[in-house]
Design a protein around this ligand. Structure first.
Ligand code: SAM
Ligand code: SF4
Length: 475
């Protein structure tokens, strides 16, 4: 059953709104930002300390090009120190585009009568999942419009269908969700289906702008959305993803609000969100928003770098909305997860690669339509370690991020070896010869670099076992 917020009684302090626009604007308008202070803040962040709102505002207010370069350089160093060279790969799978909301930036909105409405049935969902497994994917994010048909039970069923597809050597090992907010029992039903992360983006944290662009449906309720991931936490989903849709309002306000959202989770649940997303508005069917706050490429790279420094322990996701040259830049400055081989058309993966998008069948335009293997190949040649690892979540090491960073040596002992084992699986099962050759070269080099660390003999053994046909090995 879909949940309607007016019936919901927000009794709990923990679920009260936590964004105070005056506080946010006060930090933006009244925080001085000189060279010394900017350098001090970068240093704090390089000590792996999460920045306060005031400290983040110092970075936001730095406009001198030299200081902006220092911020980017700081983000690059921090990213290397905290995450190493791993990049996690995933793909979005759109399950249904029915929607009762009227978000002015989205092709799926209810007033777009020309949009082709499709909800994948079981067979189609299996076909799509199989096509994604055939690319080499292990991690998906299932995406849904907001509609009574897409109840918690429906979502749980679709998750179950995806997990049960076994195809050749492959399967999907982690299913994340991007869907409408639920009430606590709804979130519980979805949690029980075994999901990884539940993502809900606030779109804009600025309430008047929120009201201007959300003109119909349940999503009009700003507070219901703002407190949604608190309800998810209460339902036991401790792995949540937040985000803002950049281009609706002043980007500095959104960045500080995202940091405020992180503070809120840390204060109340003792663990921050697992990921932050920062989609930038792209063209969509009948896109209807003011141009005033659109974010330029330079601003975008800057905001990603600032977010990286502000929340060192939160994973950062970048999608194929952005073109390759922007993806390449922000991978260096902070992003830890990207999608590959993306196709937003409902049922599109099983139809195969296409050259152009049809915006009457897709939510918005994407600007990177490289195949998963093209992306893998480039990551490998640039020296990144592409990872399909899902070990922590499957071993019940949740609050996973907290674990990765709080246990000394965790990344070297677990994350890097697991990334390399999943890379070996990809090379064996899906890579063309030239990618396989450069992939194994990288793998050898990285094993060599890890050789001082625990698990390296076992890692070699596991890679040999993968070559011999074993799958799904992890620490
Ligand atoms: N219907 C669910 C909801 O609104 O939460 C699922 C989300 S939607 C399918 C995924 C996200 O895409 C939205 O939260 C929004 O941030 C983003 N989005 C929507 N229209 C967009 C556009 N034109 N360009 C870029 N991102 C867009
Ligand atoms: Fe519906 Fe989500 Fe699109 Fe809004 S963003 S119209 S809720 S699919």
């Amino acid at each position: 059953m879909i949940y309607y917020p007016e019936k919901y009684n927000i009794k709990d302090e923990r679920m009260k709104p936590f964004i105070d626009p005056d506080e946010i604007w006060n930090y933006i308008n009244n925080t001085p930002s000189d060279k010394e202070r900017v350098r001090e803040v970068i240093k704090l962040s390089l000590g792996k300390k999460r920045l306060s709102l005031e400290e983040t505002a110092v970075l936001l207010n730095a406009t001198d090009p030299e200081l902006i370069e220092e911020i980017k350089e700081g983000a690059r160093t921090l990213k290397e120190r905290v995450y190493g060279e791993r990049i996690v790969l995933f793909a979005p799978l759109y399950v249904g585009d029915l929607c009762t909301n009227n978000c002015q930036y989205c092709g799926f909105r209810s007033e777009n009568k020309g949009m082709k409405r499709i909800t994948l049935n079981k067979e189609q969902l299996i076909e799509e999942t199989t096509a994604l497994i055939d690319q080499g994917h292990k991690r998906l994010i299932l995406v849904y419009g907001e509609h009574p048909k897409y109840s918690a039970e429906f979502i749980a069923e679709t998750v179950d269908i995806v997990y049960n597809v076994k195809h050749a050597n492959g399967e999907i090992r982690r299913v994340n969700i991007n869907a409408a907010p639920f009430d606590i029992p709804g979130f519980r039903t979805i949690k029980d289906s075994g999901i990884g992360t539940f993502q809900i983006f606030q779109e804009t944290y600025h309430e008047p702008t929120y009201a201007k662009v959300h003109l119909g449906g349940v999503k009009r309720n700003y507070e219901w959305r703002l407190t949604s991931l608190d309800r998810a936490q209460e339902a036991g989903i401790d792995d949540v993803g937040i985000g803002a849709l950049f281009g609706l309002y002043d980007w500095r306000f959104e960045v500080l609000s995202l940091v405020r959202h992180v503070n809120h989770f840390e204060a109340v649940y003792n663990v921050g969100p697992h990921t932050i997303s920062f989609p930038r508005i792209q063209n969509a069917m009948s896109l209807n928003i003011d141009q005033e706050h659109l974010v330029s490429d330079d601003e975008f790279v800057r905001l990603v770098s600032i977010l990286r420094l502000a929340v060192p322990y939160t994973g950062m996701i970048l999608t194929a909305r952005e073109p390759k040259h922007i993806r390449d830049q922000v991978l260096r400055f902070g992003v830890s997860q990207i999608d590959g081989g993306t196709n937003l058309e409902l049922g599109g993966y099983s139809k195969g690669k296409k050259q152009t998008q049809d915006l009457s069948m897709e939510q918005f335009q994407i600007n990177d339509n490289r195949s998963l293997n093209e992306i893998m190949d480039e990551l490998i040649k640039t020296g990144y370690i592409p990872s399909f690892c899902t070990a922590c979540y499957r071993l019940g090491r949740t609050g996973e991020h907290f674990m990765e960073f709080s246990v000394p040596g965790f990344i070297k002992r677990f994350c890097s070896p697991n990334a390399l084992i999943t890379l070996a699986e990809y090379l064996e099962d899906y890579a063309p010869d030239d990618t396989k050759e450069s992939g194994y070269k990288l793998l050898e080099q990285k094993i060599h670099e890890l050789s001082k660390h625990q698990n390296v003999d076992k890692l070699r053994e596991n890679v040999e076992m993968v070559k011999a046909g074993k799958r799904d090995l992890y620490f």
